[in-house]
Ligand binder design. Sequence first.
Ligand SMILES: Nc1ncnc2c1ncn2[C@@H]1O[C@H](COP(=O)(O)OP(=O)(O)OP(=O)(O)O)[C@@H](O)[C@H]1O
Ligand SMILES: [Mg+2]
Length: 364
Amino acid sequence: MPILERLSARNFRIIRELDLDFAAGLNVVEGRNGSGKTSLLEMIYLLGTGKSFRTSRAADYISANEQRTLITGSVRESPDSRPSMLGIEKSSQDTLCRIDGQTVTAASELARHFSVVSLDAQAFRIMDDGPAIRRSLIDRALFHVEPNYLEIYKRFHRALRSRNELLKQGATLAEGEYWNEQLAEQALALDLARKHCVAGFNAWVNGAPSAAQWGQVSFEYRQGWRADGDLRQLLAEAWPRDVESRTTQSGPHRAELKILLDGRPAANVVSRGQGKLLICALVAAQVSFIAHGTGRRPALLVDDIGSELDRDSCAAALSLLLSDAGQAFVTTIEAAPLLAALPIAHEAWFHVERGTIAPARPAS
Ligand SMILES: Nc1ncnc2c1ncn2[C@@H]1O[C@H](COP(=O)(O)OP(=O)(O)OP(=O)(O)O)[C@@H](O)[C@H]1O
Ligand SMILES: [Mg+2]
């Protein structure tokens, strides 16, 4: 399992300079509002994915009055293996990724060395936002587990873009046949993998009793076209209608992941705190799917879990999340409530003050 042993950074939001060693287990980061806790998690996430979980614009996180930000991390796969040096440098124009000093073209290469899952403020919108965020939760799990999933995903989206282009031009069905065929082929491969993934999520949640405090949690995947329909045929039949609407109406880009509580859509019945706990269960299922599918536990980032949760719910959320995670980074505004809720002992504790992060003892 990959362990981020050391992180160095320059010019990332309020954190102008950082050199920090982490523990292999649970790292807790405590500090006041605006001190830089989420920024630290954001840097770790960038190192493993090439992306921020907060924004797609590098200019937002490059420190004010600076042109570039640089993040480097030393990641070790096992105690006796040689560490890999990962680096990502961002300006508002370009991204440079390096592994052991060699430039790599795709940020996805970083993920092969350092897999990371984040439970941040964006993730807590999973239940309320549109279906895209829920689809991407499945897709991100599969990028780690299925080596060719990224390629299938890209081919599908290329076919979808091409088909939509033809629809906009008012092309005939005969002209669209090639892309109908390509789209259906990639869609079916995508669909198969996603169903396998959601089955994994359900198996996990069934075996996690603390996920079932208020009822039976389950996940239902809707594939994005009529369940009894053959997609090839549907795409052909739908051509005139799709030309009219200028877009492809059926396919895995329209898929939905329903979160259910006792068979009912959870979003309509749960309280905010309960919803937060259900999202923890879903993210924990994602972590477990990655851990079992790859044989490596991903690192887990948990931002400010305590807000809106009472002490028991916070403890339940943390025990769900930490059960299958490898290295973990958990932030908190206050030490005492988190200490009371942690199901396992922390290995390292850090205090953040106005962008400066240093090892500390929890204030009791
Ligand atoms: N590009 C930037 N340059 C300089 N400072 C920035 C930049 N972007 C954000 N900041 C500042 O960085 C600080 C740290 O923000 P961060 O979200 O990490 O705080 P936090 O500790 O997570 O706070 P909270 O407990 O409120 O969530 C904020 O004060 C913010 O104003
Ligand atoms: Mg924060």
